[in-house]
Structure formats: structure tokens, C-alpha cells
Design a protein around this ligand. Structure first.
Ligand SMILES: O=P(O)(O)OC[C@H]1O[C@H](OP(=O)(O)OP(=O)(O)O)[C@H](O)[C@@H]1O
Ligand SMILES: O=c1[nH]c(=O)c2nc[nH]c2[nH]1
Ligand SMILES: [Mg+2]
Length: 167
């Protein structure tokens, strides 16, 4: 499987916006832990989940943070997702009491693989597209399926020509 996705629109997220949205996610997650208590650990889906996972773990005072690495995209070209690094099985067990965090869900294929690995975990993303929504338990902002989300780590400040030029 290898397909190029048609993206009509771009949704550009600054560091400040990501920080606010990840904090909003932490706020929404409060009290949703096992038995309304504390999660045992946060598992970040690398690489995009690492920054939001750090912010959520900070806000919810969760000190154990592990990672799962699922590779499926090369820029905007998607292929079959595969786990290239698993979290510590002694920490995650079947996922009970574990909070999984990613930056976004798009088709949901990455989360499908992660759910297979820890079926009882709660899964949260900052952003969600409609196709992947059924795979995520909690998210903050939905964008349309034909939108590509650009994250601050993939962008740089640059000069923009004014609408009206003098030349
Ligand atoms: O719902 P899906 O269609 O599976 O897509 C969502 C995943 O794609 C991106 O990760 P990517 O595989 O590009 O790796 P990265 O986080 O290292 O950039 C994104 O960070 C999600 O993890
Ligand atoms: O930076 C990204 N933006 C997206 O919209 C997306 N969808 C899948 N993977 C993605 N990566
Ligand atoms: Mg990712």
C-alpha cells in the first residue's frame, strides 16, 4: 500500500498554538484516568506525539513517560504502518492505566496498530480528522480530511511579499 493524499487546505500550527491546544487536552483529560484517578504512565507516539505528551505529562503530573514508534509516512506519502520501537512491556501491560498521546489522528491506521499493542489504553490526540476519529478517545480540534496539518517543527519563519508591491 502506498498512496499520495490530496490535500486542498493547510492548517498551520505555531508553537504557541500547540502549547495551548496540548494544555487544553490535558484539561479535558483531568479526572478521566482509571477510576477517576491517575494514569500509571504516558506513552508518546514518536515523533509527533512527543511534544504534546510532555505538555500533558507536565500538566497532569505524570512522571513515567515511555514511547512507541510507528512509522507510516514519508512526508505526505503513506505506507503500511509498522512498530519500530515498543514501550517497556512491564510498564504498559495490556494498556490498563496508560495514556497514549499523539499529535493527530488522520486515517487512524497508526492508532489501530497502537490499540492492537495495548488494547486497554486511553488514546488522546491534539488534532483529529474525521476518518480517524473512531480510533481516538479524546481530542481537541477537528479539521477536515482534505486538510494537511503543518506542525511548528516542520516550519520556519520566512519573508512574505506584501499584497501590493511597489515594483
Ligand atoms: O492516522 P494516520 O493516518 O496513521 O496518521 C497519523 C500519524 O501520522 C503522523 O506520524 P508520522 O508517521 O508521519 O511520523 P512522525 O510522527 O515521526 O512524523 C502523525 O504524527 C501521526 O502519528
Ligand atoms: O504533519 C502531518 N500533518 C498531517 O496532516 C498528517 N496526516 C498524517 N500525518 C501527518 N503529518
Ligand atoms: Mg506520528
Amino acid at each position: 500500500m502506498d498512496n499520495r493524499l490530496p490535500h486542498e487546505k493547510g492548517f498551520h500550527v505555531s508553537w504557541d498554538q500547540l502549547h495551548r491546544d496540548a494544555r487544553a487536552l490535558a484539561w479535558r483529560l483531568q479526572g478521566q484516568g482509571p477510576d477517576e484517578g491517575q494514569w500509571r504512565a504516558v506513552v508518546a507516539i514518536t515523533r509527533g506525539g512527543m511534544a504534546p505528551a510532555m505538555i500533558v505529562a507536565r500538566e497532569l503530573d505524570i512522571r513515567t513517560v515511555d514511547t512507541i514508534s510507528v512509522k507510516s509516512y514519508n512526508h505526505q506519502t503513506q505506507s503500511a504502518p509498522r512498530i519500530i520501537k515498543s514501550p517497556d512491556p512491564q510498564v504498559i501491560g495490556d494498556g490498563t492505566g496508560i495514556l497514549v498521546v499523539d499529535d493527530l489522528v488522520d486515517t487512524g491506521r497508526t492508532l489501530e496498530v497502537v490499540r492492537g499493542h495495548m488494547p486497554k489504553a486511553q488514546i488522546a490526540t491534539v488534532y483529529a480528522k474525521p476518518q480517524g476519529r473512531p480510533q481516538v478517545d479524546t481530542f481537541i480540534t477537528e479539521v477536515s480530511q482534505d486538510t494537511w496539518i503543518f506542525f511548528p517543527w516542520d516550519m520556519a519563519l520566512q519573508y512574505v511579499k506584501p499584497y501590493r508591491g511597489s515594483d
